[in-house]
Write a protein that binds this ligand. Structure first.
Ligand SMILES: [Zn+2]
Length: 636
């Protein structure tokens, strides 16, 4: 461990021989070592390996530039660039540097994994920091995981979720990593980046670097920051026409085969991928394009006058990703919005455009199918949802497969004021009856969520208390962003559970699934009226209500978030609510189900006896506890 005197000596020596203030790029090429076990390619840093990293690293010390934005795919060396900036300033231009990670845990990990190793392996940095091993033993206050002192400066790590560290001393260099994963607000203090950036105002030569893979269009912070900057796209020159192009997935032509693996899952085998030049139409392979001349092209160069340069790089230019690997991921994700989003964000470096805001309901009406039975094949579980209005109950029963393929079964309206016991008796008739698969196997609704938020809360509670053994559960919707669909369970005075639901999240999921066009996992099936159940209720009014909301982006305190809101003031949306509740019922049951057992009992060669199979779903439920609640035991 170094003493204060030794530190002073180092400072003094450096003071006598000032180091040239070289650029981050030059510094990294001269001094930086990549650690084994952390880097894909340990050893000396070579900017030539990731040529798109050169310009952003030069921009760090460019006169008049105060903000650098990297909207990059994953695995393009973003973190290493952050490290190079830290190393360069600690070494040749010491000052206070702060790095913010999305959470304090991630800040801890980044410091322990990446920074400690860089200090250890980059020889010019090692003597500047205390011996890290010794300091751990002696708990030296100058050297902790989240704060490291070096001569003339300090390196501080913070979590965007933890306001405590964000607003203390002045900072000259602020590095914000994965900003799209930052919480909207650091506790009640406000936007974490706003808080931290206030600390930079005292320095004329301050610099903020923000980087992230983007998330959802309209709410992606890195997208918005990127647009305010120079918008420099990394482009490759077409060997035929000489034009420079950003490599876009829509220009990739994949030759591939679709096969099934041992467990029956779809696997894509990509044989080759070619990029087709949108200018001349000629196609080229990966090696040719990766070896072609490359450069940034700025779409908004004027922003440099405001001190903001922004850079975009996607996975097709990364030396660590292959085109065939990226296209395989993309092709395998098709039809599954969650996976498509991951590929679009992390490989294409683009924000994901959510489905939703459907133009009209006709497309869904024309999608209605003949089920050929009360329940179509594929249904393994029935859920139900009830919406309580002042003059009626509305309900929907849905069938589900293991892969969350959802089948609307029936959607009904029971007219009458909910303080009249008649309407609840009629509801029991719909919920207690058996619905039959084509092979005659009957199924019953395993659980029902009933909205308690209207004017008849006590009637709903009473109905749920009386029907608790039939899994009739009162629910209450919670607004706001970020509340999970199946949120907490609280116990009411009457000793019955009240399930809280994150309705915004639920609507998001329903709209995503409505956007799925390919039959399979998470697809929504809708039935035609038939001789089995008569009017099933999936008419034009149903679909009009189902798509009666759209996503509205709000801005508050520099933060952007989106909420689902009615398209018009008087638009009814009961169909949408019912589908959200049904999805929540399914999600609350799913972890407790033994699908294999359930499938066997419903589709086994011998049709089991009626009474036995009627309770099959219950038998296949693994847990006797109500999901998410330790105190409520209502599986019986
Ligand atoms: Zn061309």
């Amino acid at each position: 461990m170094k003493t204060k005197e030794q530190l002073h000596k180092i400072t003094l020596t450096r003071g006598l021989k000032p180091l040239p203030k070289i650029s981050v790029r030059k510094w990294a090429d001269t001094y930086r070592q990549l650690s084994s076990g952390i880097s894909a390619e340990p050893g000396r840093w070579k900017t030539s390996r990731t040529p798109y990293a050169a310009e952003p690293m030069e921009a760090v010390t460019q006169h008049g530039i105060h903000r650098i934005v990297l909207k990059w795919c994953a695995q393009a060396a973003k973190s290493e660039i952050m490290n190079n900036i830290i190393g360069r300033f600690a070494h040749v231009d010491p000052c206070v540097i702060m790095m913010i990670q999305p959470t304090i845990e991630m800040a801890n990990d980044f410091s322990k994994m990446r920074i400690t190793n860089m200090i250890k392996d980059t020889k010019v940095l090692t003597p500047l920091f205390f011996d890290l091993k010794d300091s751990a033993k002696t708990r030296d206050s100058n050297q902790t995981i989240l704060s490291k002192v070096f001569p003339g400066g300090r390196l501080i790590f913070c979590g965007a979720n933890s306001p405590a560290g964000l607003a203390s001393r002045p900072v000259r260099i602020l590095l914000c990593d994965e900003v799209d994963r930052f919480p909207r607000s650091a506790s009640t203090e406000g936007d974490p980046i706003d808080i931290a950036s206030k600390r930079m105002s005292t320095f004329w030569n301050n610099l903020m670097v923000m980087c992230s893979t983007p998330t959802i269009e309209g709410e992606s912070r890195i997208d918005i920051e990127y647009i305010t900057g120079t918008q420099e796209e990394w482009r490759h020159r077409c060997p035929n026409c000489g034009e420079y192009h950003t490599l876009h997935y829509k220009q990739m032509i994949s030759d591939y085969q679709e096969v099934k693996d041992e467990s029956g899952h779809k696997v894509i085998v990509v044989k080759s991928v070619l990029w087709r030049c949108p200018d001349c139409g000629r196609s080229f392979d990966e090696l040719t394009i990766k070896n072609a001349p490359q450069k940034y092209v700025a779409l908004n160069p004027e922003a440099a006058q405001n001190g903001i340069r922004s850079f975009y790089v996607n996975g097709f230019s990364s030396p660590w990703l292959t085109w065939s690997g990226i296209m395989r991921e993309w092709l395998e994700a098709q039809g599954r919005p969650e996976r498509e989003q991951v590929v679009i964000n992390t490989r294409f470096g683009l924000s994901y455009q959510l489905a939703g805001a459907f133009a009209d309901e006709i497309q869904f009406l024309s999608r209605c199918e003949e089920y050929g039975a009360e329940l179509p094949d594929g249904v393994l579980l029935l859920t139900a949802a009830v919406d309580v209005q002042d003059n009626r109950l509305e309900y929907e029963i849905c069938g589900w497969s293991e892969s969350e393929e959802c089948y609307g079964i029936i959607r009904g309206v029971i007219t009458g004021q909910p303080d009249n016991s008649y309407v609840w008796r009629k509801l029991d008739e719909a919920l207690d009856r058996k619905y039959h698969l084509q092979n005659g196997t009957p199924l019953k609704v395993v659980r029902t969520f009933i909205d308690s938020g209207g004017h008849f809360t006590s009637e709903v509670y009473k109905y749920c208390r009386d029907g608790i053994y039939k899994q009739r559960i009162a629910i209450k919707g919670q607004g706001g962003a970020g509340v999970p669909l199946v949120s907490k369970v609280t116990l009411l005075k009457e000793g019955i559970p009240l399930q809280l639901l994150g309705v915004n999240e639920g609507k998001q999921q329903v709209f995503s699934r409505l956007g799925i066009k390919k039959v399979g996992a998470q697809y929504f099936h809708f039935p035609k009226d038939d001789e089995y159940l008569g009017l099933r209720g999936y008419d034009q009014i149903y679909f009009k209500q189902l798509i009666a909301e759209h996503k509205v982006t709000h801005k508050s305190g520099g933060q952007i978030y989106s909420m689902w809101e009615p398209v018009s003031k008087h638009a009814r949306n009961e169909s949408l609510d019912l589908r959200v509740y049904n999805l929540a019922v399914f999600k609350s049951c799913k972890p407790h189900i033994d699908w294999r057992l359930l499938k066997e009992s419903l589709t086994g060669e011998k049709t089991p006896e009626v009474e036995k199979t009627a309770s099959a779903p219950k038998a296949a439920l693994k847990s006797k506890k109500y999901a998410h609640s330790k105190s409520v035991d209502i599986w019986s």
